[in-house]
Design a protein around this ligand. Structure first.
Ligand code: BGC
Length: 785
């Protein structure tokens, strides 16, 4: 026994000695990162710049999340855990051998958030999302997505904010601040010029430096400078011939050099081809990490083609990111979150993002309206959000129009509900004979509409005070919408026609609700209905948010963050978009030489295919309203448009340029008889004579608080004088022309309420890097003759 004890004691001493050696070894802290790196083996360093795979399969900590950073317990380095957004913490609801549900809230889509025109609303969504990550033990939300809505058919538009870089940048900044107020990181994505999903892993966005700087980088620049996201995610695509994750101009020269960004940069999941070039480019971390990348980096350091100092630099940036995380500080998370409070945020912001497009004395519902007939399959199967990794599909719940209206005390036509219930069940069987897929990147097919018979309609008209009809559109990651999805299907048009005819004959009204990912055609049918509400995708409370606006509980204050064109083909970018591309395989399989389904070799196209292998941005700076307004093109609904149940009057109290700061004080008075909020927009028209310029560009916007009838509020709207400059790609300078600038105070891009002029007395030029030049000639649209 004694001997054993002695032996045991010796053993303990030996253990302590080992422990002492280990303890003597440095453990990661905020101020010893270089020392920690000096203790790493080369292999460990390479692991640190590569992810650990997606959280799938057995034994992962957070099933269904996007991944994590490498951990080295010996050096006190934990993993930081990454999960997708933007509108939901994307994590599996169920876990193996675990009886409970891990629900997360489906918040309004990014587009809906942008339509609030209120960075504070974006903050609230971000703050609630950040809280969910914190409560469930995650560290970083892979959001926001701030790519510009270059074209209305882009499959991921629902994850993005606007066709305008200022709205995008400001709303993103609010969201980032909200998430990060929880000591949870964000990852702004997809940097940059990722504006289509077709062949997304290989498409080359080819454009001149001016639109690159003024539009596609600007939205990132605004959000990054203002809100300092912890991380940036480069994109899948190439820009002017180089993969974004392998382009030193993008990440080192512009992002870090010009903008002073200090955080980490990671690749999109499995993006790019050459891991070593990515390392040199300052794309610090490759996610979710592949063995071939590990081998390539290790070999390159060993054979001297990659300087170890570069690897150390990237490891340092990854560690600076890790030490900020809650995982690093050992946070004890609750593993449950306040779903009720977050549902309220969703309902409130979801309603604020609803845009009243048209209203002919119809909304809000009359006090006498009690019985509502609900049409359209989408009313019964609403679209809370879009598809993709950061999407719906894991399902908590979502509120239908039936539920929303019933919650508000309305009686919905029960016979119609029964009819739709049966119809939807039949459609499910037809569309998914083997059951509906639990998750897919691209949207599963949606039910076709049916038209009630004339007799049925007559009975419904007699029994109800008003009709509502919802049209739905959803899109997702890895594929774009086709032109046909911009237009209404024949049976949708027929349904609108039949319902309107029947209700109008009895002098009753019809309201159309658009529960959509991106614009649809409205010009051909909107006159036949009495009100049109664009709800975009307001999240899980969708039916409640819409009902709040229909009933007037919420006075609509959303404004369109993009233009609704009359038809596809009207926007200048339409010609250079894969609108008619025949879908052959999911985009992520393209370029791999494999047919995703059959695993057979697919013959590669002989010559690069336009709009698939490369896309030329020949519209230049003329995206969205910049094009429609400059070229005097008719639109269905202009950018910034949105009606209210009250009326606002604007007056300019003062305007001036103070040093670098432009400011306008706008007084907004509620002239109607209902409380409401108003989003005010300032557009600037530059003096003629310098570079070709759009007729107007948004330079500031702001939203009032809830103004009671008769109440007024003065908004102070500011911007920097150089925000009015243009990028001269001959000289690589931002140029501010001197002369008279028109400042237009507006309710939309087409509704200018007051104009003031301000003089810039001295021209100014700010030099930038000559970076990311196109390698082919891009013949650009110009307005000047
Ligand atoms: C998407 C990213 C996402 C990542 C991780 C990619 O397919 O493009 O937006 O964050 O997957 O899930």
């Amino acid at each position: 026994m004694k001997k054993f004890t002695k032996m045991a004691t010796l053993g303990i001493v030996a253990l302590c000695l080992t422990a002492n050696v280990t303890q003597a070894q440095v453990k990661l802290n905020t101020d010893n990162i270089d020392e920690v790196i000096s203790q790493m083996t080369l292999e460990e360093k390479v692991h640190m710049v590569i992810g650990c795979g997606m959280a799938m399969g057995d034994g992962v900590k957070f099933p269904g999340t996007a991944g994590r950073t490498y951990d080295i317990p010996r050096l006190g380095i934990p993993s930081a855990y990454l999960a997708d957004g933007p509108h939901r913490l994307a994590m599996s609801t169920r876990r193996d051998f675990d009886s409970r549900f891990y629900y997360t809230t489906e918040f309004p889509s990014a587009t809906t958030v942008a339509a609030t025109f209120d960075p504070e609303a974006a903050f609230q969504v971000g703050a609630a999302l950040g809280e969910e990550l914190k409560d469930y033990g995650l560290d970083v939300l892979l959001a926001p997505g701030v790519n510009l809505m270059r074209n209305s058919l882009c499959g991921r538009n629902h994850e993005y904010y606007s066709e305008d870089p200022l709205v995008t940048g400001k709303i993103a900044a609010g969201y980032i601040r909200g998430v990060q107020s929880n000591q949870i990181g964000t990852c702004i994505k997809h940097f940059a010029v990722n504006n289509q999903e077709t062949n997304r892993n290989n498409n080359d966005s080819r454009l001149n430096q001016r639109p690159l700087r003024e539009l596609y980088l600007k939205c990132f620049e605004i959000a990054i400078k203002e809100a300092k996201p912890w991380s940036v995610m480069t994109a899948y695509n190439k820009v002017n011939g180089k993969y974004t994750c392998e382009d030193i101009d993008l990440t080192e020269n512009i992002l870090r050099g010009e903008w002073g960004y200090e955080g980490v940069v990671m690749s999109d999941w499995n993006a790019g081809k050459d891991a070593v070039t990515a390392m040199i480019a300052g794309n610090d971390m490759l996610q979710p990490g592949q063995e071939r990348q590990y081998n390539a980096i290790l070999t390159a350091v060993k054979d001297g083609t990659l300087d170890e100092a570069i690897l150390n630099r990237n490891v340092r940036r990854v560690l600076e990111f890790v030490v900020k995380s809650r995982s690093f500080s050992g946070y004890k998370y609750a593993n449950e979150t306040d779903l009720k409070a977050h549902a309220e945020v969703d309902r409130r912001v979801g309603a604020e993002g609803i845009v009243l497009l048209d209203n002919h004395n119809t909304l809000p519902f009359a006090a006498t309206a009690k019985n509502v007939a609900i049409y359209g399959t989408t009313s019964y199967d609403m679209v809370p959000a879009g598809m993709g990794f950061g999407s719906t599909g894991f399902g908590y719940y979502h509120v239908s129009m039936v539920e929303g209206l019933r919650n508000a005390g309305y009686t919905v036509d029960a016979a119609l509900v029964r009819q739709y219930k049966k119809h939807l069940a039949d459609e499910q069987k037809r569309l998914f004979p083997n059951g509906r897929p639990p998750f897919s990147l691209t949207p599963p097919a949606r039910a076709e509409e049916f038209i009630p018979s004339t007799e049925e309609l007559a009975a419904q008209v007699a029994a109800n005070d008003i009709a509502i009809l919802t049209l739905g559109r959803t899109s997702g990651e890895a594929s774009d919408r086709r032109v046909a999805e911009f237009y209404l299907k024949d049976n949708e048009t027929a349904l609108i026609k039949a319902v309107s005819k029947a209700y109008h004959a009895a002098e009753k009204k019809v309201v159309v609700i658009l529960n959509i990912c991106s614009p649809v055609e409205t010009a051909s049918w909107r006159e036949s209905v009495d009100a049109v509400l664009c709800a975009f995708q307001p999240g899980q409370e969708v039916g409640n948010s819409i009902t709040d606006v229909l009933t007037g509980k919420v006075n609509p204050s959303g404004k369109l963050p993009m233009t609704f064109a009359m038809k596809y083909g009207d926007a200048a970018s339409d010609a250079n978009f894969p609108y008619d591309y025949e879908f052959r395989m999911p985009s992520f399989a393209m370029g791999s030489g494999m047919n995703f389904k059959s695993k057979e070799k697919v013959e590669k196209p002989k010559a690069p295919e336009r709009n698939v292998d490369f896309t030329d941005y020949e519209e230049g700076i003329y995206v969205g309203y910049r094009y429609f307004d400059t070229f005097n093109k008719e639109v269905a609904y202009p950018f910034g448009h949105g009606l209210s149940y009250t009326k606002f009057e604007y007056s300019v109290e003062s305007s001036n340029i103070n040093g670098d700061l432009c400011e306008v004080k706008v007084n907004v008075r509620n002239m109607g008889d209902r409380a409401g909020k108003e989003a005010v927009q300032i557009y600037v028209e530059a003096p003629r004579g310098g570079l070709d310029k759009p007729i107007k560009e948004l330079k500031a916007f702001g939203k009032t608080s809830l103004l009671q009838p008769g109440e007024s509020q003065t908004l102070l709207l500011t911007w920097n004088v150089m925000d009015m400059a243009s990028f001269n790609d001959k000289t690589d300078t931002w140029e501010l022309a001197k002369g008279e600038y028109k400042w237009m105070v507006a309710a939309s891009s087409a509704d200018i309420r007051c104009t003031v002029t301000q003089k810039v007395v001295k021209a100014r030029k700010d030099k930038a890097n000559d970076a990311m030049k196109p390698q082919v000639v891009i013949k650009e649209l110009v307005a000047k003759k």
